[in-house]
Design a protein around this ligand. Structure first.
Ligand code: GLU
Length: 466
């Protein structure tokens, strides 16, 4: 059997991290078992589905490197097939026409509640002859649900889950306007797409029992199910806006690397010993459903930031530079051009040591694209005392005549200068840093000067020196 998994989001909202994690698990499971990962866009709710959400879905998945192995299926294109199955069940007597009006259904619910029973459909038309209905009356199609015994789902995460059949009513599979309901569409599509494993959030567990009814009526093999516990906020409550970012695109904008988000989402609710930082290849190699925990996981934004810092330090300098340039484009006072690109690339090994996100990285690189006179923050102003400015004037003369303007030569020159003038290295480096950056932090001062280049260093020193 070739494993075939699928991710089946409804494009009614933006791809959020809970869904992204389900996508990742499906993807990794398929890869681990040498199978295929498919994407189905469940866009049957025409009112709530938006093109924007579909675009964000494709964008977000591509960004995360979770790409399907076959063309995506759009569920809305398959309605005729869904209806065909409903009619097939009807002709087999496994489903029946229900002519109840809205009012009758409402009455039924009220009566059930008055009797202290759950408000279910009471099977009024289950064994009635359709000729009893008024001619031409609209009808829905309901599945003939088993009434005795129990249904068992052998869930690969939750274990055996049981529901008494008496708990379930004859659900509608085709609406009065002839459109299929969601439960039917999912089953028919999963069957037709030869899905072997359905891995999704455990908020779908009750749906699974309803869907199983359709599989059984059709005599189709059930796929294996794995229901993942949901992601909660740090306080244990259902994840919501007030906890912070949730959509994948927000995380991208906030400067998280896809590797970090993937790594974080994988570790959230799945474990393999102490393994913490895992490359995609390692993830594929190690992932299986037996490592998925049964209790809800808690979103830990601090841990995600930490992981992001780790992945940033491992990331390719040219790639980070391109990202930073994009984030700096349009920033006031910063010229984004090839010169800036070269400066950032040169200083990237030092810059990325300090940043946790790409936003921080861009902020810390912005000074490289500014021009004299720089704006100084309060710390820099303090460092640039009159004495310091006089000292920087002398230093400028030494730096102007350096044979090589690279980090080792600059370092040697600064040490020499400090020694000659009876300063500690920091007493030279800190005002110099303020003059170069407008602030009080930067990577090593020698590397910073080398990245700016001699001309720019001279210009920045000239603007403050006395
Ligand atoms: N379309 C459903 C959702 O977005 C998921 C269906 C499924 O995975 O079976 O929640």
């Amino acid at each position: 059997m070739t494993v075939r998994t699928r991710f089946a989001p409804s494009p009614t909202g933006l791809l959020h991290i809970g869904n992204a994690r389900a996508a990742l698990f499906n993807f990794l499971y398929a890869r681990h078992h040498g199978g295929k990962f498919l994407l189905r866009v469940e866009d049957t709710d025409r009112e709530r589905s938006t093109q924007h959400a579909v675009d964000v879905l494709f964008d977000g998945l591509a960004w995360m490197g979770i790409t399907p192995d076959e063309e995506p299926v759009f569920q809305s294109t398959r309605q005729a097939r869904h209806a065909e199955i409903a009619h097939h069940l009807l002709t087999q007597g496994l489903a029946y026409r229900c002519y109840c009006t809205q009012e009758e259904l409402q009455q039924m619910r009220e009566q059930a509640m008055a009797e202290g029973k759950p408000p279910r459909y009471n099977g009024y038309w289950r064994d009635r002859d359709p000729s009893e209905a008024p001619p031409g009356a609209p009808y829905t199609v309901r599945i003939r649900a088993p009434r005795e015994g129990e249904a068992v789902i052998q869930d690969l995460v939750q274990g055996d889950v049981r529901v008494a059949n008496a708990e379930m009513d004859d659900m509608i599979i085709l609406r009065a306007d002839g459109t299929p309901v969601y439960q039917l569409a999912v089953v028919v599509d999963d069957h037709d797409m030869d899905i072997t494993h359905v891995i999704r959030g455990d908020d779908h567990l009750t749906n699974t029992f309803r869907q199983a009814m359709i599989y059984r009526a059709m005599g189709w093999d059930l796929p294996k199910f794995a229901h993942l516990p949901l992601i909660h906020g740090p306080d244990g409550a259902k994840l919501s806006k007030r906890h912070g970012a949730q959509s994948v695109v927000e995380f991208r904008d906030m400067g998280y690397l896809p590797e970090a988000l993937n790594n974080y989402l994988l570790r959230l609710g799945w474990g393999h010993g102490d393994a913490e930082i895992l490359s995609r290849d390692e993830q594929i190699h190690l992932f299986d459903l037996d490592g998925v925990g049964r209790s809800p996981s808690r979103m830990d934004y601090a841990k995600l930031s930490h992981l992001n810092g780790v992945w940033l330090r491992q990331a390719d300098d040219a790639r980070l530079t391109d990202d930073v340039l994009q984030r700096l484009a349009g920033r006031e006072g910063v010229t984004v051009d090839d010169t800036l690109r070269t400066r950032i690339l040169t200083l990237m090994p030092g810059l990325k040591e300090r940043a946790k996100t790409l936003v921080e990285l861009a902020d810390s690189a912005a000074f490289l694209g500014r021009h004299v006179p720089l704006a100084f923050d309060a710390k820099a102003e303090k460092l640039l005392s009159d004495d310091a400015r006089v000292m920087l004037g002398k230093l400028a003369r030494d730096l102007a005549v350096l044979a090589e303007f690279d980090a080792p030569s600059i370092d040697a020159a600064l040490r020499h200068f400090a020694e000659n003038h009876g300063h500690k290295l920091g007493q030279v480096a800190q005002p110099l840093r303020a003059a170069m950056t407008g602030g009080a932090t930067s990577p090593g001062i020698d590397a910073t000067l080398a990245a700016l280049g001699r001309d720019e260093v001279m210009a920045r020193l000239g603007a403050v020196a006395r």
